[in-house]
Write a protein that binds this ligand. Sequence first.
Ligand SMILES: [Zn+2]
Length: 76
Amino acid sequence: MSARRNPRPELPPTGLLDWTDGRHWSQQTRPCRYCGQPTHLRDSHRAPAHKTCAETALAEQVADQAAAYHNERLNP
Ligand SMILES: [Zn+2]
């Protein structure tokens, strides 16, 4: 019954986001919002973005939020 008996699933080798979903694909190429190179892929806001670019941006956001949280705790 303990939740500890179920280990956390391994992270997929393809990255954290599942972009095999058709919602992340468009017939039309548009410039990536991050790097400007053309891409068929769309992020969760339907904005053109490469998977790797979006994942890099997400990782930076998480790091920024963690840093902001840390700073707030240090400077109440
Ligand atoms: Zn890109």
